[in-house]
Design a protein around this ligand. Structure first.
Ligand SMILES: Cc1cc2nc3c(=O)[nH]c(=O)nc-3n(C[C@H](O)[C@H](O)[C@H](O)COP(=O)(O)OP(=O)(O)OC[C@H]3O[C@@H](n4cnc5c(N)ncnc54)[C@H](O)[C@@H]3O)c2cc1C
Length: 459
């Protein structure tokens, strides 16, 4: 019997444990340990305003890449996957401006994409139209510096930064370009616009699904529940309220020390966030520990509101809006959940709103609930011109939850992978801190980690 300990029962740790158990032919004992009193990590779904399941964090995964869709199907959730309604999003800048259609993560794929938008000034459009004629931009791993150099400040501040920033809770002037693959791919050519046009065509041609986003009807939490059931059914164990404190080498393997106990194992998947992983690897490789401890994470607060139908402005039929950095006070984005998801509309037509506050450089973690709610409602009044009196309120705090991939992030990840492979064989890192924060990217990393562990164990 070979033994594997997985640290962290978020989507990455659970998917890694499942993949190990599902693909091995040899007897394998897999134990997932999580510090929290529940599995799921940054994924949490709970009832809200009469609906059984409204996500408190992630509410959709990318369906155009295979990893999450395949896992959901494997777990029997395939028929439950629903798509957003197709309602369009906007950018708020002294009013709501529809996001133009022909973009790749905010990068225009044609001049037509921005020629008619009310979001940009005539000068901003003229500057952006020069992009195809500019000489090559020197390599630069800051999204902000690269996109500003290509298209000027307005395209960056009003399109690219809000779109990328809302996914990563980032300030993209300090975020690695290489870490956002859709944008990194556009720097292979001299003109980003021309590369974006080709990339859009390719993305349509190679998509594994016509659907762009998906989620199980009963919320992202059902993916976590299904993984827990599948792991247990194959003989694995998920132990919550069991924080790992350190890992030390032992004859032929490792001892994982937890609060109040220890587990002997042949291999370890570290699927905890970098800041939590740093002290765990200190005894194995102090340089790795130092590097992981240096990485920064941004916190956000997600406020879910139920707005009675008589308060909701009828013309607001879109899926929500993003607020560009220069226009942000506290709210960075608002999702009109009941417009975005057909199954999020309570019988009485109440609107479920999900409002995000905070990002890298805009700290909200220290505010109490009353202050957060006041800031949220004041910003909604500024953006939508309405004083809302919600019939239900839920405040979900996600402190230090978004790893901030600084320029040269991937170089550090490679270094950590190599250092662990040589100094602590059988110990691997995976998850949102490393090679992508989206749920499909976490599952892809989980599958890769499971494959490396299987090779190490010779299973
Ligand atoms: C508000 C919000 C909205 C999001 N929206 C989307 C979205 O719409 N689509 C999308 O694809 N992604 C979205 N994401 C990102 C995505 O949810 C996360 O990147 C992903 O869930 C991270 O999974 P993970 O397993 O890598 O890490 P985590 O979920 O952070 O799991 C790590 C686990 O490790 C545990 N742990 C930490 N330290 C220890 C220790 N010492 N011992 C034992 N256990 C430990 C933690 O308790 C935690 O459970 C969103 C994230 C947030 C916060």
């Amino acid at each position: 019997m070979r033994r594997v300990v997985v640290v962290g029962a978020g989507i990455t740790g659970l998917a890694a444990a499942h993949r190990l158990l599902a693909s091995t032919t040899l007897p394998l004992e897999v134990t997932v340990l999580d510090a929290d009193d529940r599995a799921g990590g940054l994924i949490r779904t709970s009832p809200f305003a009469g609906l059984d399941a409204v996500d408190e964090g992630a509410d959709a995964f990318l369906a155009r890449v295979p990893h999450a869709m395949e896992l959901a199907s494997e777990l029997g959730l395939g028929p439950e996957i629903v798509a957003p309604t197709g309602a369009h999003a906007a950018v708020w800048r002294r009013g709501l401006h529809p996001i133009p259609g022909d973009l790749m993560m905010g990068v225009p794929a044609s001049v037509r994409a921005f020629a008619a938008t009310s979001l940009l000034s005539p000068l901003g459009k003229a500057r952006a139209a020069l992009e195809p004629f500019l000489p090559a931009t020197p390599d630069n791993d800051s999204i902000g510096e690269y996109v500003r150099a290509r298209f000027g400040d307005e395209i960056h501040e009003r399109l690219v930064d809000p779109l990328v920033g809302s996914i990563y809770a980032a300030d993209t002037d300090h975020f690695s370009l290489a870490a956002v693959p859709q944008i990194a791919a556009l720097t292979a050519e001299r003109s980003m616009l021309s590369a974006a046009r080709k990339a859009r065509r390719r993305a349509t041609a190679t998509a594994v699904s016509d659907q762009v986003f998906g989620v199980p009807r009963r919320g992202m939490g059902s993916l976590i529940d299904a993984l827990g059931i599948a792991i247990t059914a194959r003989g694995g164990t998920v132990r919550t309220a069991c924080a790992v404190e350190s890992i030390e080498r032992a004859a032929g393997g490792y001892i994982v020390h937890t609060v109040g106990g220890e587990v002997a194992t042949d291999a370890v998947v570290l699927a905890s966030p970098a800041r939590a992983t740093a002290p765990l690897v200190r005894g194995l490789d102090a340089e790795c520990a130092d590097a992981l401890a240096r990485w920064t994470h941004a916190g956000v607060v997600l406020i879910t509101l139920a707005i009675p139908p008589d308060q909701w402005p009828a013309p607001l039929t879109g899926s929500g809006y993003l607020v560009p950095k220069p226009d942000q006070r506290w709210v960075t984005a608002a999702s009109f959940g009941s417009n975005k998801w057909a199954h999020w509309r309570p019988d009485d037509q109440t609107m479920i709103l999900r409002v995000s506050l905070g990002r890298d450089g805009l700290e909200v973690d220290g505010f109490d609930d009353a202050k957060l709610l006041n800031l949220c409602l004041a910003d909604l009044k500024l953006h939508l011109g309405r004083d809302f009196t919600p019939s239900a309120i839920r405040i979900s705090r996600w402190p230090a939850s978004f790893p901030q991939y600084r320029p040269r992030h991937f170089i550090e990840v490679e270094r950590i992978d190599h250092a662990l492979a040589s100094r602590a064989p059988g110990v691997v890192v995976a998850g949102a801190s490393y090679r992508g924060i989206g749920i499909p990217a976490c599952i892809q990393q989980a599958n890769a980690a499971a494959a490396r562990i299987a090779t190490h164990l010779g299973t």
